[in-house]
Design a protein around this ligand. Structure first.
Ligand SMILES: Nc1ncnc2c1ncn2[C@@H]1O[C@H](COP(=O)(O)OP(=O)(O)OP(=O)(O)O)[C@@H](O)[C@H]1O
Ligand SMILES: [Mg+2]
Length: 454
């Protein structure tokens, strides 16, 4: 027997959410669409559809127009708020041209009248997948976002922006407080981009002393300075064809900012001690927990470099701005521990009420810690309380520790030298200019350490 053309398998398991308050039609239609190769979830109201969205992550929604409570157009408008790219097809038994025109002018993908003409419906579904294919496939279940947990609308819209900017080579600046996932997002940009098969190279600009940063990024020639025993490629070259992630860019010294700007403007670098420049093909993504714009106003960050790095800003929300993601993150972090299964409701409530100054990194540390101490499969509230109390005594981040050390060291030095900068710089084995820069970074005034001021 010949299978009619309209019943041929033509889809590859794409997810379709089907909404209709007519249960029998829902059943018939879903069986048919299932046979065509679609992964169909049916719901009988718009409210249920909205609840199913974040769980099912459909690539297409087909909904009836006339439904009690919330109709198909209202559902479409709600979907638009959180997933503007998700195509929606509306079905109606009372279809008029006027309604169809209105709906499509509002951005509804398609409009189909009941009784349903299957050939027409198939065509609309195919067209929806074709036009949204990249987005639907690459966006929803995609590998690039698999490590990023979060279904809050702020995260969804951030990920959507991220996906779009990833497709081109424009510079992206990621701003977010400590532990909000800046590095993870930078990696996702790489994974979602056409450069994904080329290297991703990350460098923390604040962890590398200024005098080493140049050779680290641009490389050096053998003999360029003492210790340069062989030619070495810089990170720009190692990232060739891929993405270079400049982390904590706000900590880069003004003099190095000039060098970086030149490299980005010219599209070439010159290794230390080398006379020839080399072309570079690198996409730059940068990040900082500082407010670069404010730094520009304070003249500690160059405006021209700011414009070059910051064509698009992705601003990461603090964890407290997306509390609905906390349970998801908690379960995600627990999963990596085999002996712990769940967290008690009371414990979850405490986590939901906490301020999270260290954001996701802090949440992860707390969960790792309670999992390590848990003796039962269900984590009790007391364990969480203990972990949160200990946090206040916990060790600072590397950057914080480094900053404190530098400051204490400089104070000690200035005291010893009685506020004489040349003297202090000599003891520290730094030149005066550099030493002044260190002092200003810590807002220390040598005059305050002079004998007569004591
Ligand atoms: N959305 C997320 N889903 C799952 N894990 C996350 C998410 N965001 C961050 N993390 C985890 O939290 C930790 C901190 O993330 P990341 O290092 O990317 O943050 P950061 O903003 O660069 O932090 P810092 O300012 O301290 O450098 C990592 O272990 C990361 O895997
Ligand atoms: Mg980081």
């Amino acid at each position: 027997m010949m299978v009619p053309e309209s019943n041929r398998i033509r889809f590859k398991g794409q997810k379709l959410l089907l909404v209709d308050d007519d249960a029998s039609l829902l059943k018939l239609l879903s069986i048919r669409l299932h046979h065509l190769g679609l992964n169909v979830l049916t719901v009988e109201s718009a409210a249920e559809a909205l609840a199913a969205l974040p769980v099912f992550n459909p690539q297409l929604v087909i909904t009836d127009l006339r439904m009690d409570e919330m109709n198909g157009m209202a559902l479409y408008e709600q979907i638009q708020q959180t997933r503007p790219m998700l195509p929606v097809i509306i079905m109606t038994a009372h279809g008029t041209i006027k309604e169809a025109v209105e709906a499509t002018s509002l951005g509804v993908f398609g409009f189909i009248t009941k009784p349903i003409n299957h050939i027409e419906l198939n065509e609309q579904i195919e067209k929806a997948f074709k036009l949204h294919t990249n987005l639907a496939y690459d966006f929803l279940d995609a590998e690039w976002r698999e490590n990023i947990i979060g279904q809050s609308s702020v995260m969804e819209s951030l990920l959507k922006d991220l996906y779009h900017v990833s497709q081109s080579d424009i510079s992206v600046y990621i701003q977010g407080e400590s532990g909000t996932g800046k590095e993870l997002v930078a990696q996702a940009i790489h994974k979602a981009s056409p450069r994904k098969d080329k290297p991703f190279v990350a460098v923390n600009c604040s962890a590398i002393p200024e005098e080493l940063l140049e050779s680290e990024l641009f490389g050096h020639k053998r003999g360029a300075f003492s210790g340069a025993i062989e030619n070495r490629k810089g990170l720009f070259e190692l990232a060739d064809g891929g993405v270079l992630f400049l982390d904590e860019i706000g900590d880069m010294s003004p003099s190095f900012q000039v060098k970086l700007l030149r490299a980005l403007q010219e599209g070439e670098i010159r290794p230390v001690g080398e006379s020839q420049t080399r072309p570079i093909d690198v996409r730059v993504v940068s990040a900082s927990h500082r407010d670069l714009k404010q730094m520009v106003e304070e003249k500690t960050f160059r405006l021209d470099l700011y414009y070059r790095l910051n064509i698009v800003t992705l601003k990461l929300p603090n964890l407290t701005q997306r509390p609905e993601d906390i349970p998801l993150l908690v379960n995600h972090f627990i999963k990596s521990d085999a002996k712990v299964k769940k967290i008690s409701n009371e414990a979850m409530e405490i986590l939901l009420g906490y301020e999270w100054p260290g954001n996701i990194r802090e949440l992860k540390n707390v969960i790792d810690q309670v999992c390590a101490f848990a003796t039962t499969p269900l984590i009790p509230a007391s364990l969480i309380e203990k972990a949160l109390q200990k946090k206040s005594l916990s060790i600072p981040s590397f950057n914080e520790a480094r900053k404190k050390f530098e400051r204490d060291y400089l104070i000690q030095l200035l005291k010893l030298a009685g506020g004489n900068v040349s003297h202090a710089a000599r003891i520290a084995k730094r030149n005066r200019t550099e030493f002044y820069r260190l002092l200003s970074r810590h807002m220390l005034k040598p005059a305050n350490f002079k004998e007569e001021n004591k």
